[in-house]
Design a protein around this ligand. Sequence first.
Ligand code: ADP
Ligand code: NA
Length: 329
Amino acid sequence: GSRPRVFSGMQPTADSLHLGNYLGALTQWVALQDTADAFYCVVDLHSITADFEPEVLRRRTRVTAAQYLAGGVDPERSTLLVQSHVAAHAELSWVLSCLTGFGEASRMTQFKDKSARIGDDRVGVGLFTYPMLMAADILLYQTDQVPVGEDQRQHLELTRNLAQRFNTRFGQTFVVPEPYIMRSTAKIYDLQQPDKQMSKSIGGNGCLYLLDDPKANAKKIRSAVTDTGREVRFDRAEKPGVSNLMTILSALTGRSVEQVEDDYAGKGYGDLKKDLADVFVEFATPYRDRVQGVVDDVEGLDTVLARGAERARAVANETLAAAYDRVGF
Ligand code: ADP
Ligand code: NA
């Protein structure tokens, strides 16, 4: 087709997306559906590279898929799949692992950071081969564009190298994917430490989990760290806390940051926080209800995931068969 193929995924490693995941990834996935043939994946195979509990993983996989749907991923227009439902991901990742240099994999900064933090004896080999599984995810669907955050750029570069390496050695098999740069305004910072990105690894009062009690989140917003001074002005360097709140208000209301700045001329930080808390509650309350509705409809969600898996397998298995044939299997 003429529409670019897009692939992206999130790990089912929390009971709720946070606002950074939502504005930084999910809303952009939803917008891409207008122009792209998109595959959106719950990457459960990736999530067992860290500590996990089977029943918790099972629940989180479903609630993550439910959040894709509640956020606007349309399973009629896009393919929504759970990674472990499509065996080709694990199969192709083995081939790609055998094409990756040990030194090359050792240079991945995410592995270096995590293994340094966890320690060599506790870190699993799966964390080391994680980028080759990610490469398989992308290459199986002949992906043209990959919406990725900055933290995944190095892994995508490895994916491109592996695709080119395979194509050169065995013959043209994989599309070499391009990064799809997401809107920079969609980077959301921690409410308590606005120099750091909002992240589940920080969690706490600076992180807005969308499925938490909206009132508790409103309180987190009202107690967000702001800066000295009183002018509501967008200035990432001098006013990181206020700028972050303005970015969020802009994203949730569809108003530009300039408009938000105009709206608060002559008003204070307290007005901004109060209004943002209200806007957030208005957004999060129906979102939570939609997610709950999807999760409660067990059969309906099963059906969506089964159809997604079927559609994904049709594409992935064709690519895998071609790759296996070229390798000599
Ligand atoms: P976390 O940092 O909470 O572990 P993930 O690494 O699982 O989040 O990220 C899932 C998706 O959400 C990725 O596409 C990532 O780029 C995006 N994302 C995560 N945190 C933010 C943030 N604070 N602002 C914008 N996008 C984010
Ligand atoms: Na992250």
